[in-house]
Design a protein around this ligand. Structure first.
Ligand code: PLP
Length: 397
């Protein structure tokens, strides 16, 4: 038998529960017809990219010499692209970043892997907050670290600071946050981010080393909150931002994003160099050249997120009216209601009997809840409401 990495064999063999649910929906659709299956399993944007994306691609293909257009760029991304992205951020957040603060990547997943590999040393712990994006565990362990998940505050999914304090230790290398959040849709308040920043400053001082904050922000622009989202580096100097255009511009298959390293980060030059080194070691080479240019020209724009907001309103209001409990989801395109029985997997099995496909919260480190991805046509939501109602009735809500 081939001598292979057993860890990689296991990662390549085991399907995530999200993929399992999606595969179930596809299989059922083939039997009963897609119009009878309501699949809320996957976070693939349902709103098309804004028209400016296609226009930009056409213009770039027409105007730029193909050898240059499709060629390698510097590993960190084309300088003019990085400058344009820095200026877009400066215009929106009142910051003063420059091209050398940005390292372009193949999406937020790669941004996270670069940051984690840049930092991960033997014995390092990385803390995150349940419920969390399941790939964090894979990425952290690949970087040689250990993921510690702080239990959720299920009332509002802000941070439980007492539980967080217990999770911190002299081995803590970094803390990963994700706001707006997958799977809850919750947006961290300014108060939460402020308190987190203060606590990380105190603990960095106490332990005598910097604790980095990795802010995973692929949903940054998908916010329905009244207030603008807090700009995390304004509250903690040692913040690295992992961003991507997968969700904001509906370009998940094109793989384009960045790591932002503000100059306030301690040992800025070394940190940036380590991220570049991680990109090299992971074999990313450079981010896709065409989509670097698309990002530069379309930065600051978004797909039509009013469609997600409408979906959120329709589904959230209906579920609450049926008796489901759900923390206020002011961003991304997910709801994370409590399941009427503690066993979320059993609840999802009952939903499947109605061809209603949901993902148990266990996959995100938070049992007793279910994730509903509402990046689907609004008609699907309207069609699925009677199924949610039947389930509510089955549980006597
Ligand atoms: N982080 C979170 C919280 C996500 O939900 C996702 C994708 O769904 C990612 C990172 C990875 O995004 P990307 O497509 O940019 O790699």
């Amino acid at each position: 038998m081939a001598r292979l990495s057993q860890r990689m064999v296991a990662l390549g063999t085991a399907r995530s529960e999200i993929r399992e649910a999606f595969a179930f929906a596809q299989a059922r659709a083939a039997v009963v017809g897609p119009e009878n299956v309501d699949d809320f399993s996957i976070g693939n944007p349902s709103v098309p990219a804004p028209p400016s994306v296609a226009e930009t691609i056409h213009r770039l293909v027409d105007e730029i010499d193909p050898v240059a257009l499709h060629g390698y760029t510097p590993a960190q991304g084309a300088p003019d692209v990085r400058q344009a992205l820095a200026e877009d951020l400066n215009g929106r957040f009142g910051t003063s970043y420059d091209k050398d603060c940005l390292y372009l990547t193949v999406g937020a997943a790669a941004s996270l892997c670069c940051c984690l590999s840049a930092m991960g040393c033997e014995g390092d712990e990385f803390i995150t907050f349940a419920p969390y994006f399941p790939e964090y565990k894979v990425f952290v362990e690949s970087a040689g670290g250990k993921l510690i998940a702080v239990p959720a505050d299920i009332e509002d999914f802000q941070i439980d600071f007492a539980a967080f304090e217990q999770a911190l230790s002299p081995n803590t290398k970094a803390v990963i946050i994700n706001t707006p959040n997958n799977p809850t849709g919750v947006v961290y308040s300014r108060k939460t981010v402020e308190k987190l920043g203060r606590m990380l400053e105190d603990k960095s001082r106490e332990y005598g080393h910097t604790i980095y904050l990795i802010s995973d922000e692929p949903y940054r622009e998908i916010s329905y909150a009244d207030e603008p989202l807090p700009w995390v580096p304004s509250y903690y100097a040692n913040t690295l931002i992992c961003y991507s255009y997968s969700k904001s511009l509906s370009l998940p298959g094109q793989r384009i994003g960045y790591v932002l390293v503000p100059r306030t980060v301690e040992d800025f030059d070394l940190v940036y160099a380590a991220i570049a080194g991680a990109g090299r070691a992971l074999g990313y080479v450079c981010a896709p050249a065409l989509f670097q240019l698309v990002a530069a020209r379309c930065a600051g724009q978004t797909a039509d997120i009013s469609i997600y907001k409408k979906n959120r309103d329709v589904l959230l209001n209906a579920l609450r009216e049926m008796g489901y409990t759900c923390a206020q989801p002011d961003g991304a395109f997910y709801l994370f209601p409590r399941t009427p029985e503690p066993d979320a997997k059993a609840f999802c099995e009952k939903a499947k009997a109605y061809d209603l496909v949901l993902v148990p919260g266990d996959s995100f480190g938070c049992p007793g809840h279910v994730r509903i991805s509402y990046c689907v046509p609004t008609e699907q939501i309207l069609r699925a409401l009677p199924k949610f109602r039947k389930l509510a009735d089955d549980y006597g809500l």
